[in-house]
Design a protein. Structure first.
Length: 214
């Protein structure tokens, strides 16, 4: 309670650092996933490249982003750029697999009634792929909540700073309150994001509820 304003500031920083990269990553992943689905020969190299990107250790990525993009150390864009890379790496496969889950007879029916390629994608294929894409978004968002905390170790303001404070105050005896608070807030934030994505999935796929109710 003595540091409530500071802790709320860390929480807000954690929220936007977790959410913005997922949104940008989805925007980038949608055309890449469509490309992998539309031209099947691009699927293996795209999946290999994005898979390799996700294997880069987060600390290393946080450190190399500033010189690569001409940023200063601890620039506010440092973490969002790094986490956008991870989000794209996770979501490209999800988008491609989601579009692949659309039954061929559905796309053929849309074509038969005069839908062009873009209209068919926006009006038919993407809505049907929403549940698969939403599942991937849940994984990417929860992963980002965890990775943002790692950025606290390099001095970025977020809930990860509470873990640093707990370690610094654990001398000579262990002091757990900041660490416990950081863990609890990270878990609650991840659950809140997860609930929002689930609700968004339900709102965007009302026909699924109709099928289940039958």
């Amino acid at each position: 309670m003595d540091h409530r304003s500071e802790d709320l500031g860390f929480l807000w920083d954690h929220v936007w650092l977790s959410a913005v990269p997922v949104i940008i990553g989805l925007v980038i992943a949608l055309p890449l996933g469509w490309l992998a689905r539309r031209y099947t020969w691009t699927y293996p190299p795209l999946m290999s490249i994005t898979g390799l990107l996700y294997t880069i250790p987060s600390i290393a990525l946080f450190v190399i982003v500033p010189p690569l993009f001409g940023l200063k150390s601890l620039d506010p864009l440092q973490v969002p750029i790094a986490l956008t890379v991870y989000s794209v790496a996770l979501l490209v496969r999800v988008v491609a697999d989601g579009l692949a889950s659309v039954p061929d007879e559905v796309t053929q029916a849309a074509t038969a009634i005069g839908f062009g390629r873009m209209r068919r994608l926006v009006s038919v294929e993407l809505p049907i792929a929403v549940p698969v894409i939403a599942a991937g978004l849940r994984v990417a968002t929860v992963s980002n909540v965890s990775l943002v905390a790692v950025a606290g170790t390099i001095g970025m303001d977020n809930l990860g700073r509470l873990f640093d404070q707990g370690v610094q105050l654990s001398t000579p005896t262990a002091y757990y309150p900041p660490i416990v608070l950081g863990i609890v807030l990270c878990v609650l934030l991840a659950l809140a994001f997860d609930v929002l994505i689930v609700l968004g999935n339900r709102l965007l796929t009302p026909w699924r509820r109709a099928v289940i109710s039958q």
